[in-house]
Write a protein of this length. Structure first.
Length: 96
């Protein structure tokens, strides 16, 4: 009976190989889950940053339209050169 069992199932190292393969499979699944969670969090952060960028772009476009509406009819403001790279502008903050 013992000879028949050993002949059918192979050596004792085969059971160790099965245990090792099971542990390796479990480790691969754990690493896969950790990577999936990491990349999902990365995508969520990128989506959050993109929505913030779009919100700021919308606010900038809105402010630009408002600033254009407040300019003089001819679009020219008065400015005075103070020397070097220094200029002072007048009339840009007055409402029409």
């Amino acid at each position: 009976m013992v000879k028949d069992f050993a002949a059918r199932h192979g050596s004792a190292l085969r059971s160790l190989a099965v245990v090792g393969a099971t542990l390796a499979t479990a480790a691969a699944v754990v690493v896969g889950v950790v990577l999936a969670v990491f990349f999902a969090a990365t995508v969520a952060v990128i989506a959050l940053m993109a929505s913030a960028l779009l919100a700021f772009a919308g606010l900038a476009m809105r402010a630009r339209r408002t600033a254009r509406a407040r300019q003089r009819a001819d679009g020219i403001i008065e400015a005075r050169h103070l020397g070097g790279h220094h200029w002072v502008a007048y009339g840009w903050n007055e409402r029409s």
